[in-house]
Write a protein that binds this ligand. Structure first.
Ligand SMILES: Cc1ncc(COP(=O)(O)O)c(C=O)c1O
Length: 438
């Protein structure tokens, strides 16, 4: 059989309606609906599927993606998250770990990540919003969960009833939370936020003494329990940046002032991933790693912390065909084929988290080799130029992963696009199912 007559060989004019390995064929039907069938995915899947969920309940509730066929999936290795937490704990010495699982666990699936992080030794969890904390309570998580970005009108009464820790950096919010606690008949657990120089959350230095004083009054009245004092570093990924030492000093002074006034917090915390790993003086009682849990480097210029990226995004070739030299590809014809070539269509687009500005820039693994996206990324699909190489419909495509098989990492994508890996993993779309592997 010559190459041209091989099954699935793309030929000029082939509309690709029949391929030997189309989705829904018997070969796929013998594996669980949740598992993917490509070799790399099978290799990861040996770890065992723990859960397979998708749709983040946006608008229409949570779809049962686990039983639906969807061509693009995010595989999340929970063993990597457990190991990453262990490793961060070891580096951070005696500090407790609050695993940051906001934004649906940085796109990895908050409930599953929460359980893995706790199994790896985290003692607490951190999220951005009260709603995220309440969702974790609904998922059966009963360790301390802190909501950091608290907003007027949030469900504070419910949050207090469910024992959610609240980040409070202003007098108005303190009052609102205390009033909700009064209605709930139970003290609100608050972590007082001080702005040490990031100019984001927290009381400005001048307002800090008053916030402390008012919180102590509310504590005496039984409406508030001051659980923590915290702040956030602007430049932890640049340890020599002068703001780091400056913020550390202001934090120390703020803690001393509060303690002199009578605050006895369980935990004082300042360090994100980069600080937990590289800035020992900022660790205090508790570190708040986010990106490092997921195995991504928080400060790519600094020594490799040896973590394992937990997420692999896989898809498959939807369609392949041969096209003539000079063919304009995708919207705007931003790419033109240099010769007669085979092209493959990958069913993942910017709605799935493939950045639109990744057109003609991002690489991925198709048919075992690195290829670049050809032309613009569309909402649901993009095209890859294979040259004379051949792929078949259904063949595995790895967008990014830990890099084991030669695929790019989220960090590679971030560098290619001039952004950070945080953005790459958190923007994986709500319709992409997450398959959690043990
Ligand atoms: C207040 C706070 N603490 C901790 C983190 C975790 O940061 P990282 O993911 O860099 O570890 C974040 C994330 O942005 C944050 O906003």
């Amino acid at each position: 059989m010559n190459e041209d007559s091989a099954p699935g060989r793309a030929r000029p004019g082939d509309r690709g309606q029949r391929g030997p390995r189309l989705r829904g064929s018997r070969a796929r039907a013998v594996v669980p609906e949740c598992a993917d069938t490509g070799p790399a995915v099978r290799e990861i899947s040996r770890k065992g599927v723990v859960s397979c969920k998708g749709g983040r309940g946006r608008g229409g509730g949570e779809a049962d993606w686990g039983t639906m066929r969807y061509p693009t999936r995010a595989l999340v290795e929970l063993s990597a998250i457990r190991e990453n937490v262990r490793s961060i704990r070891e580096t951070a010495g005696g500090a407790e770990v609050m695993a940051m699982i906001k934004a649906d666990g940085y796109g990895h699936g908050a409930a599953a990540v929460a359980k893995a992080a706790l199994a790896g030794g985290a003692g607490r969890l951190g999220v951005a919003y009260v709603e995220e904390a309440l969702a974790l309570r609904e998922a059966g998580v009963d360790v301390p969960v802190m909501a950091m970005v608290c907003t007027k009108g949030d469900e504070y009464e419910r949050a207090v009833e469910r024992g959610v820790d609240l980040g409070v950096g202003g007098l108005r919010l303190l009052e609102e939370v205390a009033a909700a606690a009064g209605r709930a008949g139970r003290a609100a657990r608050v972590h007082l936020a001080v702005d040490t120089g990031m100019t984001r959350e927290g009381a400005a230095a001048e307002g800090w003494p008053e916030l402390v004083e008012r919180a102590l009054k509310e504590q005496a009245a039984g409406r508030v329990e001051i659980v923590g004092i915290w702040s956030h570093l602007a430049c932890a990924d640049e340890p020599d940046h002068p703001s780091v030492a400056g913020q550390a000093k202001v934090f120390r002074e703020a803690v001393e002032l509060a303690e002199r006034a009578g605050v006895r917090p369980e935990v004082r915390h300042l360090a994100n991933s980069a600080a937990a790993l590289y800035l020992p003086d900022t660790r205090w009682d508790l570190v708040r790693p986010g990106i490092a849990l997921y195995g991504l480097h928080p400060a790519p210029g600094l020594p490799d912390p040896g973590l394992r990226p937990a997420m692999t995004v896989v898809s498959q070739v939807a369609f392949a065909k041969r096209v003539a030299a000079g063919s304009g590809v995708s919207y705007g014809h931003a790419y033109t084929t240099a010769g007669d070539v085979n092209v493959a269509l990958v069913p993942a687009g910017y709605a799935d988290g493939v950045p639109r500005n990744g057109g003609n820039v991002l690489e991925l693994l198709v048919g075992g080799a690195r290829r670049r996206i050809a032309g613009r990324v569309c909402m649901d699909q993009f095209v890859v130029d294979l040259g004379d190489d051949v792929v078949q419909e259904g063949d595995e495509v790895i967008l990014f992963g830990p890099g084991d098989r030669g695929e790019p990492t989220a960090q590679d994508w971030a560098e290619a696009l001039g952004t950070i890996s945080y953005e790459i993993v958190t923007r994986i779309g709500g319709r992409v199912p997450r398959t959690h592997l043990d």
